[in-house]
Ligand binder design. Sequence first.
Ligand code: NAD
Length: 489
Amino acid sequence: VALSSKTINTFGGLTSFPRYDRSKISPGILHIGVGNFHRAHMSVYMDSLFNMGLGQDWGIVGAGIQPGDEKMRSNLEKQDWLTTIVELDPSGLSARVTGAMVDFLPVDIEAILVGLTDPRIRIVSMTITEGGYFIDAATGGLDIEHPDIRKDASHPDEPQTLFGMIIRALRVRRERSIPPFTVVSCDNLPGNGHVARQTVVGLARLSDAEFADWIEAEVAFPNCMVDCITPATTARERSIVREQFGIEDTAPVVCEPFHQWVIEDTFPNGRPPLEEVGVEFVSDVTVYELMKLRILNAGHASTCYAAALLGYHFVHDALADEDIREWVRALQIRESIPTLGSIEGVDYSQYLAKVVERFSNPEIGDTIPRNIADGSDRQPKFILPTLRDALDQSGSIDGLALEIALWCRYCTGVMENGDKVIIQDPIADTLTAQAEEAKTHPKAFIEIGTVFGDLVDSQKFVSAFGNWYSKLLENGVRQTLKDYVAMGS
Ligand code: NAD
């Protein structure tokens, strides 16, 4: 049966569906980038809130400016903006239908500008991918040479980019004495609020410095940490929804049962009472981001290079291998967690246990290749800051050096069984050449300056790395992982 407002009550076995009168939900949030993640995350929290009878003046209005958004809009329109969410629980899949979205603006700049100036809209949220913020890769600042940025800077009254539209709408709101909305980026970027602010204020400054100052002073951009693994929807997921739950949904979402949202409580124009449904409001999200980077993301990295070398394809299969699981746990407990400051109410070892449990979920089907691509970009974010802190604190760095040795070993392009793999990385050729040279001169790998910077000057690190790399080459991956684990016993 096709999903719609009329059929919603006919589906048996849903864990949840809108029990509120959707016609009474008024718009309060305009969300840009209605992909899968938004519908698995924010929109689920909002649906739960509405089901409790709370925050019903915070309905979500969707918007998007990409060609693909047109298709999403027309799919969702046919089902009255309802979405089926399938939770990939290893003990059995379950489905719910959410109704927090009450409208989706046409994919049209004028329509979006009208939406952004609606006084009822008090939050503008976005999931537009890490690449959507016009960041200059070299400086980390706004890419002012980008042609779209240049166009919006010279014609601020006819914006083409999403950020140009936000600026234009803020100006109209100021002229009409409508308080500004709060901008909430839910993209997976450390300091996502700072990044969104940098783009909005930076672009405004290119045409009107006084107005840029006003935005900086008046508009809030809270940072947040978001988490819920949400794979892309394919024909397979649509057929699960049809066959297992009897729902014909052209755009369902599948995701893991785990959800986390930690957000800075800076909402001058109000916010929904999301703490009622498990969202954590804090004054500074940095420590939570660090926890995620150093335990979850670093956990993926340390699992996946070892797993690739041992011939695994799926993350859950790798975690079922005791040698890999114990290696990952030992590294985190001995070397990552000690670099993290304490967070009230957070138990890092519980968080780690949950991460291992999530990685072990076979329903997610997350792959090793997805997690090992672009190591030259990921290692400096997920591993090297921990290494620098551990060095500064004179802590143990053996496991971190082994993780880098595993990455180096992987970069040779030949796995333990002799299989050759293509290294997916913008500097793949350099990585492979230096990994080869490191077989006789270990420092060669650490001399890749764009990755390791001044870490090459740490004798302690260079020698630990060389030690592990030669062990990997002589004794193989499995024995070396066992050796590291045994060091603590
Ligand atoms: P998706 O492909 O389903 O949707 C991406 C959305 O972003 C689409 O609506 C698209 O139109 C929009 N978009 C892409 N590039 C854009 C641009 N340059 N300007 C404006 N809009 C743009 O992907 P998703 O799973 O929804 O993930 C989106 C983002 O959410 C991720 O990039 C990440 O930052 C964050 N996130 C995702 C997950 C996950 O597991 N999928 C987990 C945590 C955070």
